[in-house]
Design a protein around this ligand. Structure first.
Ligand code: NAP
Ligand code: G4F
Length: 336
């Protein structure tokens, strides 16, 4: 190994963001130590293409097991740690509140303690995956949307746990001088987005309907509004945060908000399927005990301090996700 090479540890490496961040860091000449949990079936589809790279190393890990973190940190002495692992589905967190909270809260605390232990003179930098879900059912007081000072009003077990992890990261920064940053990321999607999140559920359904493989799409609340960006843009902001002289908190968002209806309009028009109302059926199973009705982020601080800019808006994002799903379904049909 080249001694000048930086080492980054990424938890949740096989998730959507973990895969894009790994690509970014490998391209920048990092050694990437990717941590993933053991599953009974193989779920490395998003990172299989990185496996042959000698600078990409994988280790098993679980949010609920501190010993693996300590072993990994002792072995690799990371320069940067990106904490991306989480049970990240908000609706599921109502069904699995203890599991979701325990993983996010204890998992974050274990990592912060490990950073403090292996890096007493603060060389190791830490990134916390905070979320716009923390704003909950409040509305922004400014027209430009939520900013870093807006109050946090979480309304799901997932969001409450993310608030704990967010405050704990700030506490370790203040108390111990750790270079720790919280990225308050608004919804970000991509062709690699999990298929149970609403955007990907819609683009996959449109592609299947186009190919005659699906007849209807069952959805819950279509009135919620989200500030949707592309995950590839957002992982760049994560890296930029850790290149600053000090740790801090930053909103990462496009500054535009759209309803689920508007996302449906965009995808079904692009797929040339006509009016989506022909296919979409309301299904109360997809409603949540509490809903976050409105998200819009003001990323002025990230734009000014980090020089970060999103390249994708909702329209470009929706079209790229549909194109990718359409191509995947078409090639699967050829294979049959
Ligand atoms: P994702 O695709 O759901 O990936 C989550 C990763 O965490 C997966 O690798 C998953 O492994 C892993 N994980 C889950 N439970 C685990 C456990 N007990 N032990 C170890 N690993 C575990 O999420 P993402 O969209 O990439 O998001 C990355 C992070 O940003 C998450 O913390 C999420 O909460 C946060 N965030 C996301 C968004 C967004 O819009 N995408 C916005 C704000 C914040 P499996 O593949 O085995 O499940
Ligand atoms: O796509 P979603 O499941 O994303 P949600 O709940 O906004 O959470 C995502 O973004 C957060 C950042 O704000 C992350 F922290 C979190 O990890 C995750 O990545 O749902 C978006 C909206 C909701 O209002 C939901 O009620 O879509 C609505 N929706 C309507 N029908 C649906 C459905 N959501 C899903 N998943 N499935 C439906 O059938």
């Amino acid at each position: 190994m080249n001694m000048d090479m930086k080492t980054a540890v990424i938890t949740g490496v096989n998730g959507q963001d973990g895969s894009y961040l790994s690509e970014l860091l490998l391209a920048k000449g990092y050694r990437v130590v990717g941590l993933k949990r053991r599953t009974s079936t193989i779920n490395t589809g998003r990172i299989d293409h990185l496996m042959p790279n000698p600078n990409f190393v994988m280790r098993y890990y679980d949010l609920h097991d501190a010993s693996c973190i300590n072993r990994t940190f002792d072995e690799f002495r990371p320069d940067e740690v990106y904490n991306l692992a989480a049970q990240s589905h908000v609706a599921v967190s109502f069904e699995l509140p203890e599991y979701t909270s325990d993983g996010i809260c204890r998992g974050t605390l274990n990592l912060l303690e490990a950073v403090r232990r292996v890096s007493p003179s603060h060389e190791c930098r830490y990134y916390q995956a905070s979320s716009s879900e923390m704003y909950g059912d409040s509305l922004p007081t400014e027209e430009t949307g939520f900013n870093e000072k807006s109050p946090l009003c979480p309304v799901s077990p997932y969001a409450v746990a993310k608030v704990y992890a967010h405050h704990m990261t700030q506490t370790y920064r203040k108390a111990y001088g750790i270079h720790a940053s919280c990225g308050i990321l608004f919804n970000h999607e991509s062709p690699r987005r999990g298929e149970t999140f609403v955007t990907r559920k819609i683009t996959m359904a449109a592609a299947k309907i186009r190919h005659g493989l699906q007849k209807e799409l069952r959805l819950g609340n279509l009135d919620a509004r989200r500030d949707w960006g592309h995950a590839k843009d957002y992982v760049e902001a994560m890296w930029l945060m850790l290149q600053q002289p000090k740790g801090d908190d930053y909103i990462v968002a496009t500054g535009q908000t759209h309803s689920i209806r508007e996302f449906l309009d965009e995808v079904f028009a692009y797929a040339d399927l006509g009016d989506w109302k022909q296919y979409v059926r309301f299904d109360a199973r997809f409603l949540r005990a509490n809903e976050v009705p409105f998200l819009l982020g003001d990323s002025t601080k990230a734009r000014q301090t980090l020089g970060w800019r999103p390249k994708y808006d909702m329209r470009k994002l929706a079209q790229s996700m549909y194109r990718s799903d359409q191509a995947m379904i078409a090639s699967a049909q050829v294979a049959y």
